[in-house]
Design a protein around this ligand. Structure first.
Ligand SMILES: O=C(O)c1ccccc1NCC(=O)[C@H](O)[C@H](O)COP(=O)(O)O
Length: 248
């Protein structure tokens, strides 16, 4: 873990490091998120990854039925489903991941603060098709090692960046899927302008996913013009699932 992390981020990493591994025999084929994004794009749709999260440090607090939500999103042709499995700050669980993977046939992202191989073992065995690695919370050596580890399971890996320096790390390591987060993980400030700036730095041979703060078709349009291939949307869809129909 990088030494400069403080406050809630340091706490979330400590909890993540201590998380027990869950092992089960995987019951599901691997669905490629990367391929599905390209398919939806070629069909002229906005490739959306719909996220299920009950609560968040930025103030979300909703109580929806997880299976109803993910089945509704699948029926509305999303490119994938993201399940927030972090417990303390987001109210998620590995059980949520397992239940979602059992109930949909689209790619499923385990969205968490992944800092150990045990978390990747759990993601794979419970049926996730992709994991997220956050550059901000890992040293470069840890990032490369966890990336290779996840790839050894044939999982897709979204490498998340929030500033220019992190984009540089993602590019020099040739990571193929890069998530650009509009939210600053410490201050929680959202800036689509920053996301547009960072997206433009990433060559078009990478899959670029715009994450956080997306509310309208105009937001998608802006981010798409800056080079985004796909859009990860949580809060807006949790507050009003029907919005998927106008965003897709
Ligand atoms: O959601 C938060 O408040 C949050 C705060 C700090 C670090 C991460 C956070 N969320 C994780 C995510 O990356 C988002 O859940 C995801 O991009 C969707 O964002 P949104 O559509 O804004 O809910």
């Amino acid at each position: 873990m990088p030494r400069f992390l403080q406050g809630w981020l340091a706490d979330v990493i400590r909890f993540s490091q201590q998380r027990p591994e869950v092992y089960k025999t995987r019951q599901r084929p691997i669905y490629s998120l990367k391929r599905n994004i390209m398919v939806k794009k070629s069909e002229g749709k906005n490739p959306i990854i719909a996220e299920f999260k009950r609560k968040s440090p930025s103030g979300l607090n909703v109580n929806s039925d997880i299976i109803e939500y993910v089945k509704f999103m699948e029926a509305n042709d999303v490119a994938g489903i993201s399940v927030l499995t972090e417990e303390k700050f987001f109210g998620g669980s590995y059980t949520d991941l397992e239940r979602v993977a059992e109930n949909v046939s689209v790619p499923v992202l385990m969205k968490d603060f992944v800092v150990t191989e045990k978390q990747i073992n759990t993601a794979y065995s419970l049926g996730a098709d992709a994991v997220l690695l956050i550059v901000r919370i890992l040293t470069e050596r840890e990032l490369i090692s966890l990336y290779k580890y996840a790839k050894s399971y044939k999982l897709d890996v979204i490498v998340e960046v929030t500033n220019e320096e992190e984009v540089e790390i993602a590019l020099r390591n040739n990571f193929d899927i890069i998530g650009v987060n509009s939210r600053d993980l410490s201050s929680l400030d959202l800036s689509l302008e920053k996301a547009e700036r960072l997206l433009k730095l990433i060559p078009s041979d990478r899959i670029k996913i715009a994450e956080s703060g997306i509310r309208t078709r105009d937001d998608i349009h802006r981010l798409k013009n800056a080079g985004a291939d796909a859009f990860l949307i949580g809060t807006t869809l949790m507050q009003d699932p029907n919005k998927i129909k106008e965003l897709i």
